[in-house]
Design a protein around this ligand. Structure first.
Ligand code: A3P
Length: 311
């Protein structure tokens, strides 16, 4: 299935035809969740792969065998991508499933479900920059043009997978109706160990200190960058052009400052303010001073979000 230049439009949202078909998207919206399922929900470039790795290591109690032997898309397949049914048929034990779909498309499937839903959000300026670079290397995404052109599309929600604003608002508005856990990329960056601990509590899979330490070590940026099961180097050159960039690119908070012009930033802030005026969500936009390494184990202040814990 190459279809690198094909775009699938489903409920007014465009998706890369390389990974999605009308059939696969309909399969997702009609999916029968089991209460034992764990669903990772993200807008692209928000820390999806990081959370896939985190859950793999929490469920394996810090044992990295699976994380180093099976690609992330086989461990935690994207529900809406065409290969998902096959992966799930072959899977044993509790399933980890991933999705980039907006809430309204999965609402009927999740109605009354006790499946655990983990939502990872990231400050949208860093998402936009990361997504832009990903467009340059991923041959199944459209040519992004200049960053300014891409940013306009990102802000108007016409990029693949739709609007970041609709995604984050749609899912977080359902926190009370779902078995829901909200976390940000920035919290994971600042407090990886604490984040893994909170996740393990939510997943009812407590880890002893040594297991937590091992999980933490395998989830660092440097560790994941070297792990071919998550760094996408297994994907052939014609699909992801590794000469144009790396999937594990920078892994920073506040990298947007190196790309946004002042005008782009002002415009972004205006749109953000208008879109998010009724939202309680708070984002960390800058790298906390002197914190340039996610591996550092120092205690840090994490900006608190309102508790978005579900049923
Ligand atoms: P950058 O492009 O800003 O480096 P997704 O998995 O949702 O596509 O997100 C990819 C982004 O998450 C990339 O961001 C990638 O570097 C970052 N990332 C992945 N694993 C990470 C980790 N362990 N620590 C920090 N950032 C990580």
């Amino acid at each position: 299935m190459a279809r690198l230049d094909v775009t699938e439009t489903f409920h007014h949202i465009s998706f890369p035809g390389h990974l999605h078909t009308q059939e696969s998207l309909s399969y997702a919206t009609g999916f029968q969740f089991q209460d034992s399922d764990t669903l990772i929900v993200t807008y692209p470039k928000s820390g999806t792969t990081w959370m896939q790795e985190a859950l793999t290591l929490v469920f394996s109690k810090g044992d990295s065998t699976l994380a180093h032997s099976m690609p992330n898309w086989a461990r935690a397949p994207w529900l809406e991508q065409y290969y998902c049914p096959e992966v799930l048929r072959a899977s044993r034990g509790p399933r980890i499933i991933t999705t980039h779909l907006p809430y309204h498309l999965l609402a009927p499937a999740l109605q009354g479900s006790k499946a655990k839903v983990i939502y990872v959000a990231r400050n949208p300026k860093d998402v936009a920059v990361s997504y832009y670079h990903f467009h340059k290397m991923a041959n199944f995404l459209p040519e992004p043009g200049s960053f300014g052109e891409f940013l306009s599309e990102f802000l108007s929600g016409t990029v693949h997978y739709g609007s970041w604003f609709d995604h984050v608002k749609g899912w977080t508005s359902q926190a009370r109706n779902l078995n829901f856990f909200y976390i940000t990329y920035e919290e994971m960056w600042q407090e990886l160990r604490g984040s893994l601990e909170r996740l393990s509590t939510f997943l009812q899979c407590p880890l002893v200190a040594a297991e937590l330490t091992s999980a933490q070590q395998h989830c660092t940026f440097s560790s994941m960058k070297e792990n071919s099961m998550v760094n996408y180097t297994l994907i052939p050159e014609e699909i992801m052009d590794h000469t144009k960039g790396q999937f594990m690119r920078k892994g920073k908070i506040g990298d947007w400052r190196n790309t946004f012009t002042e005008e782009q930033n002002r415009n972004f802030d205006e749109v953000f303010k208008a879109e998010m005026q009724d939202s309680q969500l708070r984002f960390v936009w800058e790298s906390p001073e002197k914190l340039d390494s996610p591996e550092s184990l120092k205690t840090r202040t994490v900006t608190q979000n309102p508790t978005l814990q579900g049923a």
